[in-house]
Design a protein around this ligand. Structure first.
Ligand SMILES: Nc1ncnc2c1ncn2[C@@H]1O[C@H](COP(=O)(O)O)[C@@H](OP(=O)(O)O)[C@H]1O
Ligand SMILES: [Mg+2]
Ligand SMILES: [Mg+2]
Ligand SMILES: [Mg+2]
Length: 355
């Protein structure tokens, strides 16, 4: 029987909403409990705490599903002070709405249970079955800089993205607000910011304000129909090490795009183009060896496609979430409204020397 994924969507929206409450507390702190991972990338108490809360909600509702999550608890087992800071955040973060909080399964009993939950995100992924993928803070570097970041959750079934949710605390609520990575001078003022994007396969994409309790009504979002490339806006990573910014500038110029690129951290880029605030998202490989991670793209891929977009890699292939924890068979990302995707891809391939 076909599923409409209603329960999965509700749990995912509430789990992301709750996790965002935790990340926002850390965002507003000066000391974010940052440690360096083996690959030298940063992780904070916010990343670990959000992952624990989301996995707890998933395990309470879908105990047999597998989970591919970004963070692993090894460092925490050795660092009691860090572990206690995370536990303090996790046990004090709840939704205001008791029924919604109850749906997420209630409290985690103790710090060891929390570490075990973080560890439950260690699935290898793959082509079969139901697999959730979590990026507890996407754009950790943006989070540390005071920029954009996103809490990301998606459900894969037999390698296909079925449900995707992105919590973007620093984007404007207003879907028609212009595309900018700026979150305003006064970073402690949350007024008008915080959006939850979601999509279910075949059911369109939505946005709604991030709240503190239950869910508010969602609005359908769609990509902007581009009639003239010279008016298009494109976005890319802030981090030059994550995407080749000189190639993207050449691509934009060849397409006749006159606006400078908007550099924004995280999957907030996918959400922004899905609601028509921007048009095109380019992610161009900076190395031959780096493999994109499934948690960096699964939710955004579905949200953009359900909003009328097309998402491929630079070779023109759809993103393949069925080959493990990384997108090992893909290279980069080209996301654009379906009607112009072919035109954009053509220029990407010319500039990258792929044709
Ligand atoms: N060399 C590289 N090329 C592309 N992406 C990279 C990269 N090194 C790290 N990343 C990924 O880029 C993500 C952030 O994307 P963006 O640049 O669009 O904000 C990081 O997610 P995390 O912040 O969750 O670790 C990380 O997984
Ligand atoms: Mg990371
Ligand atoms: Mg990420
Ligand atoms: Mg992350």
């Amino acid at each position: 029987m076909a599923s409409n994924y209603l329960k999965e969507l509700e749990v995912a929206l509430l789990a992301v909403q709750r996790a965002v409450r935790l990340t926002k507390r850390v965002f507003h702190e000066k000391a974010k409990g940052t440690v360096s991972k083996d690959d030298k990338s940063p992780v904070t108490i916010g990343d670990f705490g959000a992952q624990a809360l989301i996995i707890s909600a998933l395990k309470a509702n879908f105990p047999h599903d597998e989970i591919v999550a970004e963070e692993e608890p090894a460092q925490l087992r050795e660092d009691a002070a860090l572990r206690d800071q995370i536990w303090e955040l996790v046990r004090n973060t709840k939704l205001d709405d008791a029924a919604a909080e109850g749906l997420l399964g209630g409290s985690i009993p103790d710090v060891d249970a929390m570490l075990d939950l973080i560890d439950k995100g260690n699935s290898k992924g793959g082509p079969r079955g139901r697999i959730w993928t979590i990026d507890p803070i996407d754009g950790t570097k943006g989070f540390l800089r005071g920029g954009q970041y996103a809490v990301c959750l998606a459900l894969l079934e037999d390698g296909q993205v079925k449900v995707g949710v992105l919590g973007c605390p620093n984007l404007p609520v207003d879907d028609s607000a212009p595309l900018t990575a700026d979150i305003g001078a006064n970073q402690s003022d949350d007024e008008g910011r915080g959006v939850l994007f979601s999509a279910v396969e075949g059911q369109g994409a939505m946005s709604r304000p991030l709240g503190t309790g239950g869910l508010s009504e969602g609005k359908t979002i769609s990509m902007k129909p581009i009639t003239n490339m010279s008016d298009a806006s494109f976005c890319e990573s802030v981090e030059a090490g994550h995407s080749n910014q000189s190639e993207s500038a050449q691509i934009a110029q060849k397409l006749g795009i006159t606006n400078p690129s908007v550099r924004m951290d995280s999957q907030a880029k996918y959400g922004s183009i899905a609601r028509g605030a921007g048009d095109i998202y380019l992610r161009l490989p900076t190395s031959k060896t780096y493999q994109e991670k499934i948690w960096d793209h699964a939710a955004g891929d579905l949200i953009v496609r359900e909003a009328g977009g097309q998402v491929t890699d630079t070779k023109g292939a759809r993103l393949d979430f069925s080959v493990g924890r990384t997108l090992a068979s893909n290279s980069g990302v080209v996301a654009a409204p379906a009607v112009v995707h072919g035109q954009v891809l053509d220029v990407v391939q010319q500039v990258l020397g792929l044709k």
